[in-house]
Structure formats: structure tokens, C-alpha cells
Design a protein around this ligand. Structure first.
Ligand code: MGD
Ligand code: MGD
Ligand code: MO
Length: 766
């Protein structure tokens, strides 16, 4: 923020100008520096920004886009710099702050204000019936947690959430403690994020992760970016796309919105890019209807089939015969999908769909990238399976320059999964965990995020703990989640900064302040490093060097070890728990990595391979050797019936998305520069044709009312209508203000991910 913090965003200052077409460039760098200087001052700014994503530096907490082998001295982006500045800020939230502000007082502040107060310096407790948080010692906090956990009738009455910033070392220790205690209730942010990708890809190719490396991006001849806004959320990806283009790739954007970065880009890592003209990125932009992508990819597959029937050189028959099952039923199905339904689903003409189909025909190496625009729909899993189908048809898996590329969000969300943060890990993981630690881990599946909220709502959860994140604001149906949270006996938040989850609590609540990526982490054996896995399965070390906000702040590993020591000293938990010296683990993270090496595939020689400046890449059988670890040992073409969201009369389909000035639930500022929205967030972007059809006016203030089949009306008040070039019938507004509109039970089939990109709403004039 270039302006001083103030209490909240004053929506009356809202200003709308023309959206930008070019992203990054000089304004982005200037903006990043302003934010950094205000939050950290000049010395810390220099100390941090120069070490982001450098060899022997720390991993940027911004996103999970990988680091190139030849890094530039400024290997970060505007939004990475904001993420770093948020964490490395010199502002502090001390016990005096909590003495000044009652909980009721804090609850009246908005998310922006809460986040701007600074780093939390002390463990704090909120007692049942109290008005203020008060300081608590670490020992007392650990005892309180252990007491509450020991008092539950069953370990399944506790829920342990994780957000994706947690390091491999912390995540592994955490899941071990939780499974040692006796439950698989390990929901995570992934449940709301790329779960649909994992489900679809596991069924299609046997591995739920992306199959490309950064080199593949550079080598690709066609890159389709569908349902993703990299200019804001993965800015460094634009540099990779620009490089691929210079090497002859074509880039296609599939998006209801003409997102700035995808259209044109100025590379901040090249001197010309800072001030000079932008590079055109997208060769083709398809303004698809929300949720229309299943129709689009079915259309592309149909086109490939028809073209193959003309020339028999389009499908990779060799590959299909050697590696895939299900071709005949799949092709038969394709023949039955009608073009007019594809047109309705996508809102595109047949010619537009075929134009992209021709790009596939011509390309010898194709990559499809996607993010939340595809994962958060009712039929998201089918949509992504259809992308896999199309790539399989042309043998685009396990070939250089080709593959599936789900672009992950949080910087270590993929690594946390690898470490066992999942409510239903495969048996093999459990077997090895049990063998390594001499205990019997529970095998019943635990709750995912939506199931956890239902259980909390129904009074089945006594203790809720979160390793990072902002559960309350990230989850759907805010009113339901708030009520659910209040029913817990104890809520525990391990956090760096204040957020809504600290002010809507269980009867008792703890805030446990944690070190972030940028902070030096010194334990008994000396300074520690941690490790993370990026979106392309590359694992590397991360070392923070800044002085932590206070000597009372502990690492996530130390917090887990502290709880575990108390918990496994109790009778009930001790009989079940793993055999382990938690204090030793805390003292030296190398011991944790040795355990990881024994339990998780692909981590042989973990310690020495972490010494390599670029780390190491985990095995990915489809990518490495075209072997497909599905039950049949072959890739599976899936038959997906064409479905798409229905749009009742007088309604629009709303997607909830990120502005350029936020990191998920953390609001950095009040503007969305690329989309031309300044000094306000309560806007709803609507196509001019829909504005007319619905009888509202550009600039009018409306309530957004969501209607779902449960008959409940959910309302978000006071949004200004902004005429915007989004696909007809579709609208967009920012998350998390609009989470209140997403019904808890409206989820993707097969992944249980809330349908945050497809909410039927009416615009009700105030
Ligand atoms: N600066 C910054 N960086 C971030 C984050 C952040 O909040 N701020 N969040 C991180 C996280 S956790 C994640 S998961 C990622 C999120 O990265 P994104 O997925 O890029 O995030 P969203 O803002 O949700 O954008 C969704 C995009 O998909 C498009 N879209 C929506 N619905 C559809 C659809 O049905 N079809 C198609 N084809 N397109 C659609 C939208 O118009 C929008 O461009 O970013 C990560 N990086
Ligand atoms: N409507 C709607 N809802 C969505 C989405 C959407 O597109 N639309 N997107 C979904 C997606 S993709 C995701 S990933 C989730 C995000 O869900 P979460 O991951 O739960 O949310 P964040 O906002 O990323 O969490 C921010 C908080 O994490 C804490 N934090 C930051 N760094 C650290 C750290 O190093 N250690 C610890 N212990 N704490 C830290 C800070 O206290 C900060 O307030 O939201 C989901 N919800
Ligand atoms: Mo995410």
C-alpha cells in the first residue's frame, strides 16, 4: 500500500476506468517497491527482495510457479514483492494491541484493516466469556490444546486444517502428530483449489500432478491457458510464456474475461520490457461462457477426430494403442455430442471452437495450463478429464514440450500433499508411516474442508486447529461457517498475521504466532532450512534470514513438536502415538527429512540433493517414461457427458475471483489496476448486454442474491454494477466478500470443491 493504513476501504471513493491490456512493465515495479518500502523500510526491502527465489535464498511465498535455472537478479514479480512485504512488515500486533482492542472491536474491522496491523508477536488466548485476548505462555497453550484433545470422546472430533504455505518439514511433522493422535481429519486449502485437477488426473493418467517442466513450457508449440489469470496470480509465468513464444509457440487464452497479462506483457526481467512496448502474448482469445470448457474440449476432440478421418494423421494411434484404454467408447461418444450444444455451453461459434481445434492439429507439442477457472465448477472433474482426453488423443503426455499443467496456487500446496496432508492418503503411505514410527495410523478417511464444516455445524467437532490460512474467509457460505466455528470448544490458529478466523472463534481460542518463509529459523542445532515443492514437482530448499518479529514467535515445526510432546505424554494419546523424540526433531530438521526419506517415494538422498542450488525433481511416471500408474496400468480416456451450468431467466452466472491487490483472503489494497477498478472492491462486472437485459444501469448499486436448489437465498449487499467485457450471461465479483453467496453443498462432483466460479445470482436494485 502506498497509503497509510486506515480503517477499511472507503467504497465511496470507488473509481472505474478503462481496463488495461498490457501487464507488468514499469508501473508494476514501481508499485512493488512502494509497497515494500512502506511495509519494511529500505534496509529490509533490500535484504528481502534481493533474496527472493535466489539460490540459497528463500522461496517466494507468493505462488507455486517454478524458478528458472538461470535466474535473473530480480527473480520476483510485483505480487511476489507484495506477498514478501506483507510477511516481512515491521508493523507488530503485540499484547498491548490486544489489550486496546476487544474481540468485538476487532470483529467490526474489515479484512483489509486486520491484515494491515502487522505480525503477531505473542501467543494469545481468548477465554470463554472474556472480552479480550490475553497473552499466554507457550507451555500453557500446549497444555490447553492437549487437555482439550484428550477430553474428546474420539480423535475424529478434532479437525486439523492446513493452508499451502507450510513447509515440507512442518507438514510432515503435523500430519504425523495428527495421525498419531488418531484421525485423518486433515482438510486443506487444496480441497477448495486444485482438488478437481488431482481427482481428474489421477483417474486419467494415474498421477494427480502436472506433467510438465519449465523446459517443456519453453519447448511447447501450443500453450492453451484456460481459466487462469497469470498476470495477477502467477506473473512470472508470463515471462515463461513470452520466452516460449519467442521460440515459436502459439499462445491461446480461454477466459470469459480479456485478462491484461494474457493479451500483452512487458517483461520486468528484461530492460526493454520495463519501459518499452509490450509483447503480444495471446494469438487467439476465446471469450468462453463460465463453465463452458467441457463443451470446448469436447468440440476440440470432435474436430481432431473429424480431421483424422480426413487424413488419418491427426490422432497418435501408436500412442493410443500402446498406452491408453477406452478409445473406442470415447470416440463413439464424441460422435454423439451435438455442435449446437457445444455452442450453447461455450457461448462460442463452431468456427471459434474449430479454430482452436486447428491449432491443436498443427501443433506437434501442446500444453494446457489451467487454474481456478476450471476447478471450481460442479462438473470440474469431467472438464479436466476432457483436457487430459484431448492431450492423450495426440500423444501429448510424456513428450518434450507437451503435457498437463495445473498451475498451483500456494507456494507449497503441492508439497503439503506429498507430505501427507490429505484426508485420504493411499494405503502405501500409511504402511510406510506405520513401519517408520511403530504405530498404527488410522485408516478411515477423514473430513475434507466441506465435510469438516458440515461436521462443525452439526456439533460433531470439539477442537478445530489451523496450520496457517484463513479458514473462515476462504470457505463458502460464510454465515454457515461462522456459526459452525462458534460451536467448537476450542479453535487454534497458527498464524503470521491477523485475519477473520481470529475474531470469529470457538468458545475458547488460541492464536499461535509462527515464523514465515523470510524469517531466520534457529533451533538447538543452529539455523535451519526447510524445503518446498513447486507446481512442477521440483523440490528445493528455502532459507529465511530476517530477524523474526519477536523472540516469542516459533516455527511451525516447533509448534507441532510442542503440542505433540504434551499430547503424547497423556495416557490415551500415548498408547496410540508414534515412537519418537519430538524435541530432537524440533532441534534439527535434518532428522525430519530422514523420516520423510523413509516414508515418501522420491526423496532418496534428500539432504544432499537439497544442497544442489536448484534442488531436485520428483518422479512422475507418465512424464518420465509414459508409464501410467492407474489400476490397469494404462492411461484412461474418460467418457464425459456434456454438461454446463443452466442460467434461469433474469439471472447471471457469477464467478468469484481475485483482484490484483489481494492474496486470497489477505487484501493488500483497494484497487484492481489491470481491470480499471480503483479504490473499492464491492463491484460486480457485468456484460453491457446483460445490464440492459436485467434492467439495471452501469454504476447502479445492487444486492447480489444467490439462488440455489436448497431454496435458501444468500445475499451480499451493496455492489456497484460495472459494465465490463465479460462473456454474455456471466458476471464477476471479488472473493472473499462474495463467499457468503456460495452454498456449502454446491460442490464439484468427485472432488467436493465449492463451486466458486459458478453461482446463479440475481441483481436486486437497492
Ligand atoms: N497475487 C496473487 N497471487 C496468487 C493468489 C492471489 O490471491 N493473489 N492466489 C494463489 C492461489 S491459492 C491460487 S489457487 C491461484 C489462483 O489463480 P487464478 O485461478 O488465476 O485465480 P482467480 O482470480 O480465481 O482467476 C480465475 C480465472 O479464471 C477465469 N475463469 C473463471 N471461470 C472460468 C471458466 O468457467 N472457464 C474459463 N475458461 N475461465 C474461467 C477468470 O475469468 C479468471 O481469469 O493464484 C495464486 N497466486
Ligand atoms: N469464493 C471463493 N473462495 C475461495 C477461492 C475462490 O476463488 N473463490 N479460492 C480458494 C483457494 S484456491 C484457496 S487456496 C483458499 C485459500 O485459503 P487459505 O489458504 O486458508 O487462505 P489464505 O488467505 O491464503 O490465508 C492467509 C492467512 O495465512 C496466514 N499465513 C500466511 N503465511 C503463513 C505462514 O507462513 N505460516 C502460517 N502458519 N500462517 C501463515 C496469515 O495469518 C494469513 O492471514 O481459498 C479458497 N476460497
Ligand atoms: Mo489456491
Amino acid at each position: 500500500m502506498s497509503r497509510a493504513p486506515r480503517s477499511g476501504i472507503d467504497e465511496s471513493e470507488l473509481e472505474v476506468v478503462e481496463p488495461e491490456v498490457t501487464s507488468v512493465g514499469l508501473p508494476a515495479v514501481t508499485h512493488a517497491m512502494q509497497v515494500a518500502l512502506t511495509q519494511m523500510g529500505p534496509v529490509r526491502t533490500a535484504q528481502t527482495l534481493l533474496r527472493v527465489n535466489q539460490k540459497h535464498g528463500f522461496d517466494c511465498p507468493g505462488c507455486a510457479w517454478p524458478d528458472p535455472e538461470h535466474r535473473s537478479p530480480a527473480e520476483f514479480c510485483e505480487n511476489g514483492a507484495k506477498a514478501v512485504a506483507e510477511e516481512a512488515t515491521t508493523r507488530l500486533v503485540t499484547p498491548e494491541f490486544f489489550a486496546r482492542h476487544s474481540l468485538a472491536d476487532l470483529a467490526r474491522q474489515d479484512d483489509f484493516w486486520l491484515g494491515q496491523q502487522g505480525r503477531i508477536t505473542h501467543p494469545m488466548v481468548f477465554d470463554d466469556g472474556a472480552t479480550h485476548y490475553r497473552p499466554i505462555t507457550w507451555d500453557d497453550a500446549f497444555t490447553l490444546i492437549a487437555d482439550e484433545l484428550e477430553a474428546l470422546d474420539s480423535p475424529d472430533q478434532a479437525v486439523f486444517y492446513t493452508s499451502g504455505r507450510t513447509s515440507n518439514e512442518a507438514a510432515f511433522s503435523y500430519q504425523l502428530m495428527v495421525r498419531g493422535y488418531g484421525t485423518n481429519n486433515l482438510p486443506d486449502c487444496s480441497n477448495m483449489c486444485h482438488e478437481s485437477s488431482g481427482a481428474a488426473l489421477t483417474a486419467s493418467i494415474g498421477v494427480g500432478k502436472g506433467s510438465v517442466s519449465l523446459q517443456d513450457i519453453y519447448d511447447a508449440k501450443l500453450i492453451v491457458v484456460a481459466g487462469q489469470n497469470p498476470g495477477t496470480n502467477h506473473p512470472r509465468m508470463l515471462g515463461a510464456l513470452a520466452k516460449a513464444k519467442r521460440r515459436g509457440a502459439r499462445v491461446v487464452s480461454v477466459n470469459p474475461l480479456p485478462e491484461a497479462g494474457l493479451i500483452e506483457f512487458k517483461d520486468p526481467q528484461s530492460p526493454l520490457g520495463l519501459a518499452g512496448r509490450g509483447e503480444k502474448l495471446s494469438d487467439l482469445h476465446l471469450p468462453i461462457r463460465l463453465g463452458g470448457d467441457l463443451g470446448l474440449f469436447l468440440g476440440i476432440a470432435k474436430h481432431l477426430l473429424e480431421r483424422d478421418e480426413e487424413s488419418s494423421e491427426v490422432l497418435d494411434r501408436d500412442f493410443l494403442e500402446r498406452y491408453c484404454d477406452g478409445l473406442e467408447p470415447y470416440l463413439a461418444h464424441l460422435r454423439t455430442v451435438p455442435w449446437d450444444e457445444i455452442r450453447t455451453a461455450t457461448g462460442l461459434t463452431e468456427a471459434q471452437v474449430r479454430e482452436l481445434g486447428e491449432e491443436f492439429v498443427r501443433s506437434p507439442a501442446t500444453i494446457v495450463c489451467w487454474a481456478m477457472g476450471l476447478t471450481q465448477h460442479e462438473h470440474a472433474v469431467a472438464m479436466i478429464a476432457e483436457i487430459a482426453n484431448v492431450l492423450l488423443l495426440q500423444g501429448n503426455i510424456g513428450r518434450p514440450g507437451a503435457g498437463v499443467c495445473p498451475v498451483r496456487g500456494h507456494s507449497n500446496v503441492q508439497g503439503d500433499r506429498t507430505m501427507g496432508i490429505f484426508e485420504r492418503m493411499p494405503e502405501r503411505f500409511h504402511d510406510r508411516l506405520d513401519a517408520e514410527f511403530g504405530f498404527a495410523s488410522p485408516r478411515d478417511h477423514g473430513y475434507d474442508t466441506v465435510q469438516a464444516i458440515r461436521a462443525m455445524r452439526d456439533g460433531k467437532v470439539g477442537v478445530f486447529m489451523a496450520m496457517g490460512g484463513n479458514f473462515l474467509r476462504a470457505t463458502p457460505d460464510t454465515d454457515v461457517t461462522e456459526a459452525a466455528t462458534r460451536r467448537c470448544r476450542l479453535t487454534v490458529q497458527v498464524s503470521t498475521k491477523l485475519n477473520r478466523s481470529h475474531v470469529v472463534t470457538g468458545r475458547r481460542a488460541l492464536i499461535l504466532p509462527a515464523l514465515g518463509r523470510t524469517d531466520a529459523d534457529v533451533q538447538a542445532s543452529g539455523p535451519q532450512r526447510v524445503s518446498v515443492e513447486d507446481s512442477m514437482s521440483a523440490v528445493h530448499a528455502s532459507v529465511g534470514r530476517l530477524t523474526p518479529p519477536s523472540p516469542h514467535v516459533r516455527s511451525e515445526v516447533a509448534i507441532v513438536a510442542g503440542i505433540a510432546q504434551q499430547l503424547f505424554a497423556r495416557e490415551k494419546a500415548a498408547t496410540r502415538g508414534p515412537v519418537l523424540d519430538w524435541a530432537a526433531l524440533q532441534g534439527d530438521y535434518r532428522l525430519i527429512r530422514r523420516h520423510i526419506e523413509a516414508v515418501v517415494d522420491g526423496f532418496e538422498d534428500y539432504e544432499s540433493r537439497l544442497d544442489q542450488p536448484t534442488g531436485f525433481v520428483l518422479p512422475h511416471p507418465p512424464r518420465d517414461s509414459r508409464s501410467f500408474p492407474t489400476p490397469s496400468g494404462r492411461a484412461q480416456l474418460q467418457v464425459n457427458q456434456l454438461t454446463y451450468p443452466a442460467l434461469p431467466e433474469g439471472r447471471v452466472l457469477l464467478q468469484t475471483l481475485r483482484s490484483h491487490d489481494q492474496y486470497n483472503t489477505t487484501i493488500y489494497g483497494d484497487s484492481d489496476r489491470y481491470r480499471g477498478i480503483h479504490h473499492g472492491r464491492r463491484v460486480v462486472l457485468v456484460n453491457p448486454l446483460d445490464i440492459e437485459r436485467l434492467g439495471v444501469a452501469d454504476g447502479q448499486v445492487v444486492d447480489l442474491v444467490s439462488e440455489w436448489r436448497d431454496g435458501v437465498e444468500r445475499r451480499a449487499e451493496r455492489f456497484r454494477v460495472v459494465a465490463y467485457p465479460t462473456a454474455v450471461g456471466c458476471a464477476a465479483a471479488y472473493y472473499p466478500e462474495t463467499n457468503v453467496l456460495v452454498p456449502l453443498d454446491s460442490v464439484a462432483k468427485g472432488s467436493n470443491t465449492p463451486t466458486s466460479k459458478s453461482v446463479v445470482v440475481r441483481l436486486e436494485p437497492r
